[in-house]
Write a protein that binds this ligand. Structure first.
Ligand code: HEM
Length: 169
């Protein structure tokens, strides 16, 4: 596995697109800044939904209204994070590919998107049940805890790459 990821990293690093990104110093900081803004939107939406499901935030909005409003924003910001993440990966492919936290992060993003898609679909189909239920459904609390845990782990892995990639070279 290791020589393969190194190999593909070097192949991508030698392409003209990667070379262009590497030779323009403003690209990575700009892309990282946008990535961080996108992360704040994704995480902010996820936290608002999860805290509501856990009963830690009340307020006027029903669960279904919160999900219908915030999940599309989450996906738009995730697309922004994906685009800026790809820019950084193409600019520094070896650094990303050799670091296990990069792959853990990708795996957890796929997992949390599938989970969110399943949860949002369930809320849309059964809006009345989610909104009227006097006690918060256990499945909602479980979703809130698992998805919040995954988002925190994704942020942690994203930050961790910068401090660990050198060990794997
Ligand atoms: C959707 C696909 C994504 C890709 C391909 C991607 C890729 C990347 C890459 C390549 C880096 C630079 C790591 C480095 O070399 O130091 C990075 C940084 C980071 N990413 Fe992502 N990312 C994605 C989404 C996300 C999401 C959804 C989150 C969190 C909600 C996130 C959190 C972070 C964090 C916290 C950093 C560190 C930023 C910094 O310290 O400057 N990423 N990401």
């Amino acid at each position: 596995m290791e020589p393969t990821v190194h190999h593909w990293g070097y192949v991508i690093a030698a392409t003209s697109v990667s070379q262009w990104l590497q030779n323009h110093l403003w690209v990575i900081p700009t892309s990282q800044s946008i990535h961080i803004v996108m992360i704040s939107v994704v995480f902010g939406c996820a936290a608002m939904i999860s805290l509501r499901l856990l009963g830690l935030s009340t307020g006027g909005r029903s669960i279904s209204s919160l999900v219908v409003t915030l999940v599309p924003w989450m996906y738009i910001a995730l697309l922004g994070a994906l685009i800026t993440g790809i820019v950084q990966t193409v600019a520094e492919p070896v650094r990303e590919f050799v670091t296990p936290e990069f792959w853990w992060k990708m795996l957890m993003i796929v997992a949390v998107v599938i989970l969110t898609q399943w949860f949002a679909g369930s809320v849309r189909r059964n809006a009345a049940r989610w909104d009227s239920s006097a006690s918060r459904p256990a499945s909602g609390r479980a979703f809130a805890l698992v998805s919040l845990g995954l988002w925190i782990a994704i942020v942690y892995c994203g930050r961790f790459i910068a401090y660990t990639w050198g060990f794997y070279m």
